[in-house]
Ligand binder design. Structure first.
Ligand code: NAD
Length: 495
């Protein structure tokens, strides 16, 4: 069932399949203590969709009380029972795929097929970690220490109540990628979604309740005051883990705060992915790969191709074909059937993307398509291609987070590697070539957590997602994603 993309598009007003104006804390759906609310807007129409509680510091601490109270019984729940709940969550999400996708389109703006693909990807974390959970209690070591005097036993245990903070660009998948492994490992959770896109997280919490998650194991706090609410939760020594996806700037703040209580941290931060096309690449594959890696989620993706490096022999033809495709992309509301590119998430994002393009062009870059904001309603920005980008343009170093491709020509393999690594970030990278030895050599030489070879999509629940340098600490998904929520316990045994 999960492989079928529904062709019918949703109504512009999504169904809210969870209690309105409330958030789930300790098994009850409650308003903010202050009575305050946040209005969620549709970025394609700029119209309000719904309201959610504007949670206070007190609400955040109530969520921590609930998570701390539920911790030992959840950790003591047999792994198979936890796995069954995760598997039921997977089925619950897939059964309500259209409802989730409609919410994602409404609050985030991505086109309908992309929203459905995100639902499948997000649900996939529950399936993957349900499968891993059953084996959990069988893992460990038992043996004689090298001197032959006593036994060493090593086992895993949950790290404890976990605070999970997510960005707006993948409203379901970013939460799923944290909640599923946390619950698999036996940790209780407080999810703090981005204030722009809280609705999908509330539906996920509802589906998890229906799947049998006990009270207090998944709490959601929606708030417009993230800095203070998060700081208060992190200052409490009962918080044992913070897993954050978002900007490097906020990641630094959280690492500093985590230092006070020596909290376990996972940080999925910003990116500046290079995409390298060698002369011997299959041109069609490279153009398609670059389109996907650039336009996924309208370019608002931490693994979006930020810098496209094309070898001189193929540069003109690649640029011509790629620009042709970018110029033909259909922009519109995600609810329209043929939309390929939705709006950006808000005005701030549009202004940031527009200013990077204007700065590059003012300094001498050539704009081959796009480059101007359309008038009218909605936070739209057109697919844009820039070449001849000068050394002083900001776009060379900043994360674009929009549908703008910056193309650079290069001559030698070493030059491409040096340029690719010339960034404080190290999240994703992409290489297009038919020469396998070169592909592996260049992949090894690029300092990034992930490399796609001849493909523009690398995310997979079974693979470790994450970055090096300023792109973060730790991995999500794969086996590493579960270890992120575990402590190692060693027992020395004298028989
Ligand atoms: P952001 O850092 O502004 O916000 C992310 C989350 O942190 C939101 O929930 C926000 O409310 C919260 N937040 C903001 N300030 C906070 C503070 N002082 N204390 C606690 N919480 C705070 O990022 P964004 O604009 O929502 O997302 C875009 C960024 O996220 C980009 O840089 C992108 O590369 C990155 N990102 C990374 C990954 C990854 O896996 N590495 C995935 C998606 C997005």
């Amino acid at each position: 069932m999960e492989d079928t993309i529904t062709t019918a598009v949703p109504s512009p007003i999504p169904v809210l399949g969870f209690p309105k104006n409330l958030m789930p804390i300790g098994g009850a759906w409650v308003p903010a203590a202050s009575g305050g609310r946040i209005t969620v807007l549709n970025p394609a129409t700029e119209e309000p969709i719904a309201q959610v509680p504007d949670g206070t510091i007190g609400d955040g601490l109530a969520a921590l009380d609930a998570a701390a109270a539920a911790q030992s019984s959840w950790a003591g729940t047999p792994a198979r029972e936890r796995a069954d709940i995760l598997a039921a969550t997977y089925r619950g999400i897939i059964e309500r795929r259209d409802e989730f996708a409609a919410l994602i389109v409404a609050e985030m703006g991505k086109p309908w097929p992309e929203a459905q693909a995100e639902v499948d990807y997000g649900a996939g974390f529950f399936r993957w970690f349900a499968e891993s959970t059953n084996r959990l209690h069988l893992e460990g070591q038992y043996g004689l220490e090298p001197g032959g005097q006593y036994r060493i036993a090593v086992s895993k245990r949950p790290v404890g109540p976990s605070l999970l903070i997510t960005p707006w660009n993948f409203p379901l998948a970013m939460g799923a990628r944290k909640i599923a492994p946390a619950l698999a490992a036996g940790c209780t959770t407080i999810l703090k979604p981005a204030e722009l896109t809280p609705l999908t997280s509330l539906l996920l919490a509802r589906v998890m309740e229906e799947a049998g998650v006990p009270a207090g194991v998944v709490n959601v706090i929606t708030t417009n005051n993230s800095p203070e609410v998060v700081a208060a939760i992190m200052a409490d020594p009962r918080s044992r883990k913070v897993s954050f996806t978002g900007s490097t700037q906020v990641g630094r703040v959280l690492l500093t705060q985590a230092a006070q209580n020596i909290m376990n941290t996972s940080m999925e931060l910003g990116g500046n992915a290079p995409l390298i096309v060698f002369d011997d690449a299959d041109l069609e594959t490279a153009v398609e790969g670059a389109m996907v890696a650039k336009l996924r989620n309208g370019g608002q993706s931490c693994i979006g191709a930020n810098r496209v490096y094309v070898q001189n022999g193929i540069a003109a033809e690649f640029t011509r074909r790629f620009t042709e495709k970018m110029a033909a992309v259909k922009i519109g509301n995600g609810t329209e059937p043929d939309t390929e590119l939705g709006p950006l998430v808000d005005t701030k994002q549009v202004l940031k993307v527009a200013s990077l393009v204007e700065d590059a062009v003012a300094n001498g870059a050539r704009c081959l398509t796009g480059g101007h904001r359309p008038g009218g309603t909605g936070y739209f920005y057109p697919p844009t291609v820039l070449t001849n980008i000068p050394a002083n343009a900001q776009i060379r170093t900043e994360e674009i987070f929009g549908p703008v491709a910056a193309i650079y020509a290069f001559e030698t393999e070493n030059e491409a590697i040096t340029e690719a690594n010339n960034t404080p970030y190290g999240l994703a990278s992409y290489i297009f070539t038919k020469d396998l030895a070169r592909a592996l050599r260049v992949a090894d030489a690029i300092d990034a957590g992930m490399t796609g070879i001849n493909r523009g999509v690398v995310s997979n629940p079974a693979a470790p997602f994450g970055g090096t340098k300023a792109s973060g600490l730790g991995r999500e998904g794969g086996t590493e994603g579960l270890e992120a929520y575990q402590e190692t316990k060693y027992t020395g045994i004298q028989l």
